[in-house]
Ligand binder design. Structure first.
Ligand SMILES: NC(=O)c1ccc[n+]([C@@H]2O[C@H](COP(=O)([O-])OP(=O)(O)OC[C@H]3O[C@@H](n4cnc5c(N)ncnc54)[C@H](OP(=O)(O)O)[C@@H]3O)[C@@H](O)[C@H]2O)c1
Length: 250
């Protein structure tokens, strides 16, 4: 039986991927802070799902993550889906520091533990670390500075570990999943965002990219085109683009 661990599985993309893999016969380890939601998911597939309450900003997150791997008896794939994000043109410091704590420090806690686990575990199969970053990581976005920077951090971190893995002979593949807007609680009820995708549309694209071990996958292809266009813009043009959306914070 194949095994996947999903961190940030209590909601949105992570929750749907976890349930779909359980339905597909995988053994699934799920983690997040909201225990009641994790319990409810386990009740849907009691024999296939195991859960652990993990706050990626806490020091004990790596140990709890390794315990979860043991609980499901190994890990063929890690999906790192835990993340937070807000629009923050006022640069409220609590928002920015929380974003960095979860999306950067928390990300490193889990990804490092996964990498070292694959490094120290002898297996005939290659490991797989997949992370949901964002199209936002491809450019600095003024109204979401810490979010876009944290997502760039995640993509660069994966690039770096790919090089390190080759250097150290660690058998692990990496997938950088870069969605555009998907209708999940992360959007905080902002319904006027362009090209917003439903979970039902976007999650199968995420799952296909994981199963095919794609190195980088834009979700969906239109967002690949958008990012290619905005990455081609000269700096002088990018700084003149004033992005605005109605803001809400839950
Ligand atoms: N939705 C989009 O438009 C979009 C676009 C691009 C990228 N993404 C990325 O996709 C990933 C998943 O987001 P989503 O849209 O599915 O949002 P979501 O529904 O808000 O899910 C976020 C998940 O992260 C978990 N999480 C947050 N803080 C955590 C912490 N400190 N420790 C452990 N888990 C934590 C949450 O669980 P608990 O609250 O229970 O801990 C939840 O399960 C994020 O990395 C996000 O940046 C989303």
């Amino acid at each position: 039986m194949r095994k996947i661990i999903v961190i940030g599985a209590s909601s949105g993309i992570g929750r749907q991927v976890a349930l779909d893999f359980a339905r597909g016969g995988w053994r699934v380890g799920i983690a997040a802070r909201s225990e009641e939601r994790l319990k409810e998911m386990k009740s849907q597939y009691p024999d296939r799902i195991a859960y652990s309450v993990i706050d990626v900003t806490a020091d004990d997150a790596p140990r709890r993550f390794l315990d979860l791997i043991e609980l499901i008896d190994g890990m063929d794939v890690l999906l790192m889906s835990a993340g937070v994000g807000w629009l923050n043109p006022q640069l409220q410091n609590d928002i920015d520091t929380q974003t960095v704590a979860v999306n950067c420090s928390g990300f490193v806690r889990i990804i490092d533990a996964a990498y070292n686990n694959y490094k120290s575990t002898a297996s005939a199969d290659r490991g797989h670390i997949a992370a949901i970053t964002s199209v936002a990581g491809t450019k600095g976005i003024g109204i979401a500075a810490s979010y876009s920077a944290s997502k760039r951090f995640q993509s660069t971190y994966i690039d770096a570990l790919e090089q390190l893995a080759r250097q150290e002979g660690v058998a692990v593949d990496f997938t950088d999943l870069r969605p555009g807007f998907i209708d999940t609680p992360l959007l905080n009820g902002n319904h006027d965002l362009p090209m917003t995708m439903s979970l039902g549309y976007a999650v199968p694209l995420v799952e296909r990219a994981i199963l095919h071990r794609r190195r980088v996958a834009y979700i969906d292809w239109r967002w690949g085109v958008v990012t290619a266009l905005w990455r081609a813009l000269p700096r002088a043009a990018w700084k003149r683009i004033g992005l605005t959306v109605n803001q809400k914070r839950t």
